[in-house]
Design a protein around this ligand. Sequence first.
Ligand code: PMP
Length: 305
Amino acid sequence: METAEFIWMDGALVPWDEAKVHVLAHTLHYGLGAFEGIRCYRCADGRSAVFRLPEHIERLVQSLHILGVKAPFDEGQIADACLETIRANKLEECYIRPLVFLGAGEMGLAATSNPVHVVVSVWPWGSYLGEDGLANGIRVVTSSFQRFHINTLMTKAKASGHYVNSILASREARNAGYDESLMLDVDGYAAEGCGENLFIARRGVVKTTPIATVLGGVTRDTAIELLKADGIDVVEERFTRDEVYIADEAFLTGTAAEITPIRSLDDRVVGNDGSPGPITKKLQSEYFDVTKGKRPDHSEWLTYV
Ligand code: PMP
């Protein structure tokens, strides 16, 4: 990965190589922590802006609330830390990773007295599923790993430990030569990618998985709003993997993945020839316009650095 100069740790900027934790940090063992993935874009006017910063920080705070973890910094302080870290690293565009975790102290599952640490790292990160994937679409495979049941782990929390599920699915897909996996929910309906929400379009109507079984993606919300503003019906309803096979278009949304078209699912080409369809292409272009400050009607989504 590309690194940067400083990481914000518990209120102070420290050099990248000195941002260290003890091996008995509780979260390292058991996964009880929460994080965010946010992007800062270089805008058309040369300034840099973080896309939907308050919404991401709000989700982080909600994740902590769900997990019962109390952070020693509030929403405003963590948002400021993100901006401060970008400025200190003099990055025009970057990925931003706030993480809240339990440090060393007590061990065992019942531990409650461990210090809670907050760190913010930033680094340059290009397109997550590749430039080619963004332009031409990716090959997706249905995972043998299901998205966890809503009462096994909490889907509304972006919790560190939840990502074991995503990593198993992601590695399985890549080992089999695909770009990404689609995870089904425990009832067998399409849920989401390892780190992305799922959309399909058929006969001009767009469908996305209801929020109940998936992470409430900020990009998902952005996509719904942009599509609706273009007069497209967006339905939040369960659908099956074969509905994806016969969709006219399909795409994934995520802060890292942005708007990534799906070429095929389980080797069934989506649409006529798997190339990105008109709804996907328009949405992708609108998404980059809003993130890069070219849409004054959505300037409320930008926090300038
Ligand atoms: N689902 C999962 C499981 C994710 O990890 C992510 C990435 N945060 C998303 C969906 C998309 O969320 P967002 O658009 O907020 O990045």
